[in-house]
Write a protein that binds this ligand. Structure first.
Ligand code: P6P
Length: 333
């Protein structure tokens, strides 16, 4: 099979009218930034980039050196291109304005620069998640309110997973497409055309140490999975929990499953664990574009009207039949 690069794929999408030149530039620039993050992540201890940065992020979480490195790489890569009106990052409280020296464009880029960074020091897969919105109204002076759009308004979403290979998975609303980094050539090769989440699955992902804090519908659902063929589900299930959302979601996009970080008593006061704007929304767009589903347990994630840039939500996403079952249990309760 002739190896198609990301650039060729994007040019063909632009030619087909599925994306603007600026959106193509945005994705190319994010892909280049992801390559630089991959280089840093894969050096690990050799580059002195492991461990704590000695600072906390807006979430009050201790930042890893690589969190800060990845954040800076994404900001510096995107600020000069003229495709963005502003950026927002999990690692920074306020929105990131485009420096005066550079032109502004019509897109807003949001990202979690290094998701799952607690896994960095133990050499387990981590990732970068990004979401693209249009800047509404006057793009000369974007504010936080400019970003507070529902997930349905995303024009693109994707992630990079830094695992045994570095893969970039993205959607611009025409299905989900995966690329694998050829390190020798330094280019992303189109390796996963039109990824689909299998409707049925026998695999689920949840941090079971929180079981006593879950709401009844989740406790019921997980108990049925654990009863396996001796219970109402009539088949056995397997459990995986990487504690890197990108790695868990990538596995589900590749072979099915359901990912859950539901509301629990521990995180209720914060609204949940995962962030809406740059974790739940982009992953929800990918899941729906791949034939899966994504809800809070009670409503579609991409229908939510955001109130705050860093707000958190409960997340249940993956194989459609499983998400509908869990959501049904919530609505029954
Ligand atoms: P826990 C990583 O910190 C993250 O935001 C997601 O990537 C991951 O799914 C979740 O938190 C892991 O949370 O409570 O299992 O450590």
């Amino acid at each position: 099979m002739q190896r198609k690069t990301l650039t060729q794929f994007l040019i063909e999408q632009q030619r087909a009218g599925d994306m603007t030149a600026d959106l193509r530039l945005l994705i190319e620039v994010v892909a280049r930034a992801v390559k630089a993050i991959s280089v840093n992540v894969s050096k690990g201890a050799l580059a002195g980039v492991l461990g704590e940065a000695g600072s906390d992020n807006i979430q009050g979480e201790a930042q890893k050196k690589l969190d800060v490195i990845a954040n800076d790489i994404l900001i510096q890569a995107n600020e000069w291109g003229g495709h963005l009106a502003a950026m927002a990052s999990e690692e920074v409280e306020t929105i990131q304005a485009i420096p005066r020296d550079y032109p502004k464009g019509g897109y807003l880029l949001l990202f979690d620069p290094l998701d799952g960074s607690s896994n960095i020091d133990v050499n387990v897969s981590v990732g970068t998640i990004f979401s693209v919105l249009r800047c509404p109204g006057d793009c000369q002076t974007p504010t936080e309110a400019s970003f507070l759009q529902p997930g349905d308004d995303q024009v693109a979403a994707g992630y990079a997973v830094y695992g045994p290979s570095t893969q970039l998975v993205l959607t611009v609303g025409r299905g989900v497409h995966g690329f694998t980094l050829d390190r020798e050539m330094g280019s992303f090769i189109y390796t996963h055309a039109d990824m689909k989440v299998p409707e049925h699955t026998q695999e689920y992902a949840i941090n079971s140490s929180n079981a006593r804090h879950w709401e009844a519908p989740v406790q019921r659902y997980v108990a049925e999975l654990q009863e396996g063929k001796t219970g109402v589900r009539g088949k056995d299930f397997n459990m995986r929990w990487v504690a890197s959302m990108v790695a868990d979601v990538h596995r589900i996009l590749t072979r099915g499953g359901v990912f859950m970080y539901p509301m629990d008593e521990k995180s209720r006061s914060k609204g949940g664990k995962l962030r809406l704007m740059y974790e739940a929304n982009p992953m929800a767009m990918l899941m729906e574009q791949a034939g899966g589903a994504a809800t809070t347990g009670r409503e579609r994630i991409m229908g939510l009207k955001p109130e705050k840039l860093h707000q958190r939500v409960p997340v249940i996403m993956g194989s459609r039949n499983e998400v509908e079952r869990v959501t049904g249990y919530h609505n029954d309760a």
